[in-house]
Each structure stands twice: as structure tokens, then as C-alpha cells.
Ligand binder design. Structure first.
Ligand code: NAI
Ligand code: MG
Length: 359
């Protein structure tokens, strides 16, 4: 098994180093190879996603990704900006299913902006389709408005599109994920207004008939946005399109307190995946040794579970993270009175120690 390690920019290098340390202590048989990506790759090779990096990612069984981006690259032309690296990886690896679990750890209940009773024990999974929808649909562009309220005025337009196979494959992913959890799927759409999401709803319903053991509900996206803050624990697996998923997954993330705790996985049809924290490169705290490495460490656990078929090793990491939180260790983003503030490296060391103590 081979893991491509792409630390990237800003805190990316700091947090990925901790996840690599954790992976190494598990004593599993895999090879890790590191390559430059994002701004770091632009500096070294003149391109945010060099051929060699893409080749390594394609050949590997999984990619562990840190973060890319920095304000200092804002003036570069779009194709050379660090963020193009993540888009290029998604496209070239065919990563169509984005998993974003929102889990509220017992010790961090107080870090949420919601009342403790609403989020204590929260464990939901948002599955976002990643390659279709209005973000990529053609035609798009600018023109002089041919009709409407202001004919002849400057107009911009995008096109929302989904094909049946695109919806089928993400629906299967959602039902299969639900089978391993509490067997409930909520499909989020806007079928009352949009034809695209009427097709979505029809196809998800059809695919659902192949999973009679999983309960399927449909919810309009505006209601889903309300229910996520009103009664988040009523959900289990939520599946939705690219744009609704972008928004709802950020909303769900914030239920749990800090973005420094949230992992993510992006998978393709052969379960090859890219694993990264939900946050970015945090240039405001980069190089200071204070970033929370737990989102990246938990992403490594998802990688072991989904792409490398090592569920027990994934459990060991997740349970070590709980132990470390229970011991009161906190990076600055989750620190509160009565807990012990630690830096990035100390947090990584503590997870490593918790794993080795149990073996
Ligand atoms: P960000 O997620 O990097 O930071 C938002 C806020 O959260 C900052 O105050 C930051 O200090 C804090 N934060 C983030 N991760 C943290 C951690 N592990 N521990 C403690 N605090 C943490 O988002 P922002 O500031 O909007 O973007 C910064 C750069 O990151 C931009 O260049 C953006 O394009 C890029 N970005 C990259 C992503 C990726 O690589 N997939 C995703 C999102 C943003
Ligand atoms: Mg987003």
C-alpha cells in the first residue's frame, strides 16, 4: 500500500507532520512518499500541481493532503494559484463523493454555539456530490440579457445540471454508508422549484428501493438548513448535491465547535481517496506551532478505514484522540478554562503516546 503525502502550504506542513507520526506508530505495512503541492510547489516547480505530484497521487492507494493557499499568491493568474491544485486532484482522480462527518466529542460540547443538549452525542455524516451541479454545468458566462426584467443589461449565468448516472453513484455511496451506521438517509433537494433536483429526488428514490433496510427521507434544502440547527441529532446520513452540500457541510461543521477538529474524505469509484482536514492553510497562525492537528489525524483515520481497509487501526486513532481530549489537552482553538493548552507537536505526541500505551 502506498500513501501520497502532500502537506502543501501554511499550517499544512505542521499538521501533516503530526498525522504522519501517528501513522508511523501504528506499525502497519505501507509506504509514504511526500511531494510538493500548492504554493510550495509553485515556488519550487512553477506550478501548484506539478506532473510528478499528480503522478504520485494517481499511483497511490490514498492521498493525505494538508492545505493549500496563502494571501501572497492572490495576484497570480487563476491557473497558477495554489487552490487549483485541489481542484486538479479532484478532477484527475475522479473524486465524486465528499464525506464530512460532524461529530461532537463529549469533552468539547461547550465549544459549540448551540445548547449542549442539542449537540451532545452528535454524530452525523454529510455526503456531498463533488463533480456536478451548478459549479461545473455549461453553458455559463456573461452576455447581454436576451429577455427578462432588464433586456440588454449585462447578465451572468450558470447552469445547474445532473445526469442520472451521477446521481445514481452518489446515492449508492450514501445508502452503503448508512448501512454501516443507523440505516437512515436524508436526501436534500429543491425539487419543488428545480427540475435538476426533481431528477435527483426521483433517482435517489429508485436507488433506495435496492436498500429496503435503509429508511429514506427527502427534505428541501431550506428546511434542512433550519433543522440542522434546530435538531441536528435527528439526522444520520445526509446526501445532497455539490452546492447545497458545500453550504450545509459548513453549517454542520460549526455545530461541533472548531474547524480544527473536522476531517474529510473525497472518494472515487474504486475507493481511492483524498483525505484532508476541512479547514484551509490558516496563514494567520502558520509557523507558530499552535494549529490543531486533530482534523488531519482524524482524516488519516478515515483513510485507513475507507481506502486502506484497516478499520481497527482507524479505531485506535479515534480512541486515542478521545483519550487525549479526556486528559484535558487542548490546542488554542479549543482551549477553555480548566484545560491544558498545548501546541501542535505536543498534541501529536500525546496522540502517539495514547496509541502506544494501549498496545
Ligand atoms: P482557514 O480554514 O485556513 O482559516 C479560518 C480560521 O480558522 C483562521 O482563523 C484559522 O487560524 C483557523 N484555523 C483553521 N484551521 C485551524 C487549525 N487546524 N487549528 C486552529 N485554527 C485553525 O480559512 P481561510 O482563512 O478562509 O483561508 C486561508 C487559506 O486557505 C486561503 O488561501 C484559502 O484559499 C485556503 N483554503 C484551502 C483549503 C484547502 O486546502 N482544501 C480549504 C479552505 C481554504
Ligand atoms: Mg465550503
Amino acid at each position: 500500500m502506498k500513501i501520497a503525502v502532500l502537506p502543501g502550504d501554511g499550517i499544512g506542513t505542521e499538521i501533516v507532520a503530526e498525522a504522519v507520526k501517528v501513522l508511523q506508530v501504528l506499525d502497519l505495512k505501507f509506504e509514504m512518499e511526500t511531494a510538493a503541492v500548492g504554493g510550495a510547489a509553485y515556488e519550487a516547480h512553477g506550478h501548484p500541481l506539478p506532473e510528478a505530484t499528480l503522478k504520485l497521487a494517481k499511483e497511490a492507494d490514498a492521498v493525505l493532503f494538508g492545505a493549500v493557499g496563502d494571501w501572497k499568491y492572490d495576484k497570480l493568474e487563476r491557473a497558477l494559484r495554489p487552490e487549483q491544485a485541489i481542484l486538479g486532484l479532484r478532477k484527475n482522480l475522479g473524486l465524486f463523493a465528499n464525506f464530512r462527518p460532524a461529530i461532537c466529542y463529549e469533552q468539547l460540547v461547550g465549544a459549540s454555539s448551540l445548547k449542549p443538549e442539542l449537540i451532545a452525542g452528535l454524530d452525523i455524516l454529510i455526503i456531498r456530490e463533488l463533480t456536478g451541479d451548478i459549479y461545473f454545468g455549461q453553458p455559463r458566462g456573461r452576455r447581454s440579457a436576451p429577455d427578462g426584467h432588464f433586456p440588454g443589461a449585462e447578465e451572468a449565468f450558470d447552469t445547474m445540471r445532473y445526469t442520472r448516472p451521477e446521481v445514481e453513484r452518489i446515492a449508492h455511496v450514501a445508502f452503503q454508508a448508512a448501512r454501516k451506521r443507523s440505516k437512515r438517509v436524508t436526501s436534500v433537494d429543491k425539487a419543488n422549484v428545480l427540475e435538476t433536483f426533481q431528477l435527483w429526488k426521483d433517482v435517489v428514490t429508485e436507488v433506495g428501493q435496492q436498500y429496503p433496510d435503509v429508511k429514506l427521507d427527502h427534505m428541501y434544502v431550506d428546511n434542512a438548513a433550519m433543522q440542522l440547527v434546530k435538531a441536528p441529532k435527528a439526522f444520520d446520513v445526509v446526501v445532497t448535491g455539490n452546492m447545497f452540500g458545500d453550504i450545509l457541510s459548513d453549517e454542520a461543521a460549526m455545530l461541533t465547535g472548531s474547524i480544527g477538529m473536522l476531517p474529510s474524505a473525497s472518494l472515487n469509484a474504486s475507493n481511492q481517496g483524498l483525505y484532508e482536514p476541512s479547514h484551509g492553510s490558516a496563514p494567520d497562525i502558520a509557523g507558530k506551532g499552535v494549529a490543531n492537528p486533530l482534523a488531519t489525524i482524524l482524516s488519516a483515520a478515515m483513510m485507513l478505514r475507507f481506502s486502506l481497509n484497516q478499520p481497527q487501526a482507524a479505531d485506535r486513532i479515534e480512541s486515542a484522540v478521545k483519550d487525549v481530549l479526556a486528559a484535558g489537552l487542548r490546542t488554542a482553538d479549543i482551549h477553555s478554562e480548566g484545560t491544558t493548552k498545548v501546541g501542535t507537536r505536543q498534541m501529536g505526541d500525546a496522540v502517539v503516546a495514547a496509541i502506544t500505551k494501549k498496545t
